[in-house]
Design a protein around this ligand. Structure first.
Ligand code: OAD
Length: 228
């Protein structure tokens, strides 16, 4: 079966990584506009680098959980073709054994040159004056898709959604587009749709089925039923 899985911050929550929409509307004590927009980066690049350096350190110290590992198991089943699309910038899917994960919002483990587009492995600490290893200009930025920027690999994602027979959204609040609209794109070409989330998301009513609970329980149960 062709399966497309969209994951969000909720799948990494039980690995100890904070989700985005805390009750106070802040992300690790920062306003989203300050740390996750091109304007925020222009205004204070040192602050934005420090913020992502911290996220990188936390992600490196975290361990994949039973939900990441279950998705890797599903991907390893030769009866299914599984595309994992994540909004997460951590690499816990990969460290949990998954391969070919589409990071539509970028990742903490690469650095990007805003001047020439070159990418290289991110050091633990990045700073605004770091020169690009290819063009030498001091235009280093986190390889993160910020609000107002276009998510990565949208053509591949659209193709996978069109071919999907089953679409699952896991641990995502459904507040950020285009990812929040993937459920409709998959359903339009006939996919069955399921949401696995701790609580109701803003998109729950659009899914054929919605299950509530922690990802480390819901996801292994769902995968076990699929692979028998
Ligand atoms: P959110 O923080 O908006 O939503 C996380 C969802 O996970 C919520 O609906 C929670 O109920 C759910 N959740 C929390 N703990 C869970 C658990 N243990 N098991 C299952 N579900 C759990 O995160 P995203 O939807 O991923 O973009 O946010 C989308 C994008 O907005 C992010 O990629 C980021 C952000 O701003 C960028 O940085 C560009």
């Amino acid at each position: 079966m062709n399966i497309v899985i969209l994951t969000g911050a909720g799948i990494s929550a039980e690995s100890g990584l904070a989700t985005f929409r805390a009750a106070d509307g802040l992300w690790e004590e920062h306003r989203i506009e300050d740390v996750a927009t091109p304007e925020g980066f222009r205004a204070d690049p040192a602050l934005v680098h420090r913020f992502y350096n911290e996220r990188r350190a936390k992600a490196r110290a975290a361990r994949p959980n039973a939900a990441h590992e279950a998705l890797a198991r599903l991907q390893g089943d030769p009866r299914h073709r599984v595309t994992i699309v994540t909004q997460n910038v951590d690499d816990l899917h990969e460290r949990g054994g998954a391969s070919a994960v589409i990071h539509m919002h970028g990742g903490l483990e690469t650095a990007l040159c805003a001047a020439c587009g070159h990418r290289w492995p991110a050091p633990a600490e990045m700073a605004p004056a770091d020169p690009c290893p290819r063009c030498a200009r001091p235009a280093t930025r986190p390889d993160i898709v910020w609000f107002g920027e276009i998510p990565y690999r949208m053509d591949e994602i659209a193709e996978a959604l069109e071919a999907a027979e089953l679409f699952a959204a896991i641990g995502t609040s459904g507040n950020v587009y285009p990812a929040a609209g993937f459920v409709e794109l998959a359903a339009a070409t006939g996919a069955r749709t399921i949401e696995l989330n701790l609580d109701a998301s803003s998109r729950s009513s659009v899914f054929d089925e919605a299950r509530r609970g922690p990802a480390t329980q819901l996801v292994p149960d769902w995968v076990d039923a699929l692979i028998g």
